[in-house]
Write a protein that binds this ligand. Structure first.
Ligand SMILES: O=C(O)CCC(=O)C(=O)O
Length: 286
């Protein structure tokens, strides 16, 4: 098993003075909102039954990939399958043995019928200590069943991610050069340069011995736990045991621009849009 340090936790009704320091120091932490009325009312209203009522049998494109297999040429989020929304909810309750189905949902065109649900999510933001911080807007729902995994990767922005029902395990690694070496991302000249070659399945040092040299932070989030995930931190996210609904906001701290990781990702995306340069580089960009 991978040894990790637990992310610090703060009770939202306790002293939150430390939170500002941790955001400025770009360190992860959890704020517990579970006992607050605003969160409880939201959790009572936003359930799998509510999703079934709102989305019904509408055809939906969901993430769909083979469990534990990451295809470097096809980014994870581009592997999809169409199914009725209620069919996806069935998959959440009873996951397929070899195929993972996952969904993140935000207000898209022609989704007026779902607007009241997204309005409730938006209205929750200012009532939550972490997302009220610097006016982050809660915009996205994440829905998945037991065994779902988001492979190890980093983003350039920071996220605030809160569990509404179920449980999510975040394994986080700092954006330094040591971890860049140990976690070995796919090459810059690929579609997936911000994904690690380690960790499409469980993060297991028996499979990837280099993991034993890393210094991860572990954040196991249950209902009402809101995680602050600082910019450029590596994250591997899994749903250990039950159908899980979570929500997220995105936050762009200026400090993000100081990370090598940030520019590495942007350069990788830029190169992906200029395939002729890739050919000219003759595979030398690594
Ligand atoms: O919750 C997940 O499965 C992935 C979350 C994630 O990658 C993110 O918030 O950036």
């Amino acid at each position: 098993m991978l040894q990790a340090q637990d992310a610090p936790r703060f009770d939202v009704d306790g002293d939150l003075a430390e939170v500002d320091r941790l955001v400025r120091a770009a360190q992860p932490f959890i704020i517990e909102e579970g006992a607050r009325d605003a969160f409880r009312a939201f959790a009572e209203s936003v359930t799998m039954d509510r999703f079934a009522d709102v989305f019904g049998d509408r055809p939906w494109r969901v993430q769909s990939c083979k469990r534990g297999i990451f295809e470097p040429e096809i980014p994870f989020y581009e592997q999809t399958e169409e199914m009725p929304f209620t069919g996806f909810l069935d998959r959440m309750r009873e996951p397929h043995e070899t195929q993972q189905h996952y969904l993140n949902l935000w207000p898209g065109p022609n989704m007026d019928y779902a607007q009241p649900l997204f309005d409730e999510l938006r209205a929750l933001g200012p009532k939550i200590a972490l997302t009220n911080y610097k006016n982050q807007e809660l915009r996205v729902f994440w829905l998945g069943g037991a065994g779902t995994i988001t492979p190890l990767h980093y983003d350039t922005y920071a996220r605030s991610h809160g569990v509404v029902h179920g449980e999510k395990l975040f394994m986080l690694f700092p954006p330094d050069f040591r971890h860049l070496r140990l976690l070995q991302p796919y090459p810059v000249r690929s579609n997936t340069g911000w994904y690690s070659t380690v960790g499409a399945g469980p993060l297991d040092p028996a499979l990837f011995p280099r993991l034993a040299k890393t210094r991860p932070v572990r954040a196991l989030c249950g209902p009402g736990d809101f995680l602050y995930l600082p910019p450029c931190w590596w994250h591997h996210v899994s749903i250990p045991s039950k159908p899980t609904i979570s929500v997220s906001a995105t936050f762009y701290p200026k400090a993000a621009y100081f990370y090598y990781y940030h520019w590495r990702l942007r350069f990788s995306r830029w190169l992906a849009r200029h395939p002729r340069l890739l050919n000219l580089s003759n595979g030398k960009l690594g």
